[in-house]
Design a protein around this ligand. Structure first.
Ligand SMILES: [Zn+2]
Length: 247
């Protein structure tokens, strides 16, 4: 169980019905349930026995609970809500990195003007939040990053094919970490962020190998503010959208 920061508790208030955020990604599924101002995390899918509303975050293109192009999961075109055993479509569904970016933005007091959330896990991606608006950026499938051919976009030199967790050796050596850092610096330069922007690094590889996080000139580099038991901050983004969609 994770206590919410005070400002989020104030923003969300107390609700009688549980709100459920399901995050699918990498090798696992996690359910976060908001009840009485606290969030309870459960590995796998957990459905409350009382009435509830729920949202879904998953890799790929996510619309109304349908997921397309999540090639790391083998979900090329799947009704994810059925796959997960829910009796109806989610009230809210979106890409996991978009949900994570929104969550990181919401978790920061003062909500930064410009935030880039970079996820390095099974795959590589980034999402920008500018003045509260979630903006998809071309990031994980930029080319110019070596000889590998991408299993997702099919292009040679794709960033995801070069430094996605699926493409990295185990164990990861110091030279590999250096290669990841350098690739990230170049990829972030190409996104043309404003000076002073906040860049948040999250994802499994960042947790297991914190040294892959680069230093960035003129940027505020930060770690995820998601609670340690959460897969990411995606549940915060999903829960906030659920509350906004109700009012
Ligand atoms: Zn690609």
């Amino acid at each position: 169980m994770s206590e919410l920061p005070g400002f989020l508790r104030a923003r969300w208030g107390r609700r009688p019905e549980p709100l459920v955020a399901v995050e699918v990604g990498g090798p696992s599924v996690q359910t976060a349930t908001l009840v009485d101002g606290s969030v309870v995390f459960v590995d796998g899918v957990a459905r409350p026995e009382t009435a509830y509303r729920y949202g879904l975050a998953a890799p790929g293109w996510v619309v109304d609970g349908r997921v397309r192009g999540a090639h790391h999961l083998g979900w090329m075109d799947v009704e994810a809500w059925e796959e997960l055993g829910f009796p109806r479509r989610p009230e809210v569904s979106l890409n996991d990195a978009e949900a994570g970016a929104l969550g990181e933005w919401l978790l920061r007091v003062g909500e930064p003007a410009d935030l880039l959330y970079v996820v390095i896990g099974t795959g590589v991606g980034a999402v920008r939040v500018s003045a509260g608006d979630v903006i998809a950026v071309e990031f994980g499938h930029q080319v110019g990053f070596g000889p590998a051919v991408c299993g997702g976009c099919g292009r040679r030199g794709c960033l995801d094919a070069a430094i996605g967790g699926h493409a990295l050796p185990t164990p990861l050596g110091a030279e590999d970490e250096e290669r990841v850092r350098e690739s990230l610096v170049r990829a972030i330069e190409l996104t043309e962020l404003r000076a002073g922007a906040t860049v948040v690094f999250g994802g499994g590889l960042v947790r297991s190998h914190p040294r892959v996080v680069p230093e960035l000139k003129d940027m505020q580099v930060e770690r995820s503010l998601a609670p340690p038991e959460a897969k990411s901050a995606a549940h915060v983004g999903v829960l906030d959208l659920l509350l906004r969609s109700a009012s």
